[in-house]
Design a protein around this ligand. Structure first.
Ligand code: PXL
Length: 279
């Protein structure tokens, strides 16, 4: 049987992130991908864009959920990304109660990067997101989001022991198997690390560090990770594939300024089709 994911995040009409990444990536892995758009923006809110439109769709979510309940729909995974407001985080939490009980729940607590909150996010949002993380099987914060969730100072380079400690504390929020992205022990390699609190095992994967920012890579990572977990792969294999694919997307993006707002991930999608006929 083909697997089914529902992903809940915004659609940034131009800019290659959130739904315009999650849909092609998860679909390429042979998984049916339903969506609940949380907001419609003309572009993403990251560096280089200003004056974007933002239409909040919070009010549409309960109706979508009620209709799906009447239809008896169910999913193999629920995966959330960028959420647009505090109320929306609460409504998504209700959605988990209705659709997330017998399936994998993956929360990417999208809130910021490089030590700063994205435009429009507040401390109240951070507290609400911290609560949502407690109902997830996996959370996928970057270093900035982990420091916000844990209330610790932001840094870019950690020792392996410090990363293990961060992962244990992220599990302490109530999520049994957290994944931390943007991890570097030497400033020359970068990747991700994960912790399975049920077994006490740690997993990690690294590639050569590329010293430039490519927007949307967190969404690429979380989407591949979600696809792998939905296919029933192990935590270690999910981290390895997500790190490898994210690195390939960065490498496939020329540094000539033409695609300054996102990655050329489209060039790499073919790599993921090895998973397309799994179920
Ligand atoms: O890539 C994360 C993301 C998703 N959605 C919107 C964003 C960002 C990051 O800036 O602005 C609207």
């Amino acid at each position: 049987m083909m697997k089914k994911v529902v992903t809940i995040q915004d659609i940034s009409c131009f800019g290659k992130c959130s739904l315009t990444v999650a849909l092609p990536v998860i679909s390429a892995m042979g998984i049916e991908t339903a969506v609940i758009p949380t907001a419609v923006l003309s572009t993403h809110t990251g560096e280089g864009f200003s004056g974007y439109t933002f239409r909040d769709l919070t009010g549409d979510i309960p109706g979508i959920s009620e209709h799906w309940k009447r239809m008896g729909l169910s999913f193999d995974a629920v995966y959330t990304g960028y959420l647009g407001s505090v109320d929306q985080v609460r409504i998504v939490s209700d959605f988990f109660g209705d659709f997330g009980r017998d399936c994998a729940v993956i929360v990417d607590p999208v809130m910021g990067d490089r030590g700063r909150l994205y435009a429009g996010f507040t401390d109240t949002f951070v507290s609400e997101m911290r609560k949502l993380c407690a109902s997830a099987d996996h959370i996928i914060p970057n270093l900035t989001e982990a420091s916000l969730l844990l209330g610790t100072p932001y840094r870019e380079v950690f020792t392996e022991e410090e990363v293990k400690d961060i992962l244990r504390r992220l599990a302490g929020l109530g999520c049994p198997a957290p994944v931390l992205t943007g991890v570097s022990y030497d400033g020359q390699h970068q990747g991700a690390a994960a912790y399975d609190s049920a077994t006490g095992e740690f997993f990690s994967s690294f590639r050569r560090q590329v010293n430039r920012q490519v927007h949307g890579t967190g969404d690429i990572f979380a989407s591949v990770f979600t696809g792998m977990i939905t296919h029933g792969k192990s935590l270690g294999e999910a981290v390895e594939t997500a790190v490898g694919f994210t690195y390939d997307c960065i490498e496939a993006t020329p540094d000539d300024g033409e695609c300054w707002y996102g990655s050329c991930f489209e060039r790499c999608l073919g790599e993921l089709t090895v998973y397309a006929s799994e179920d």
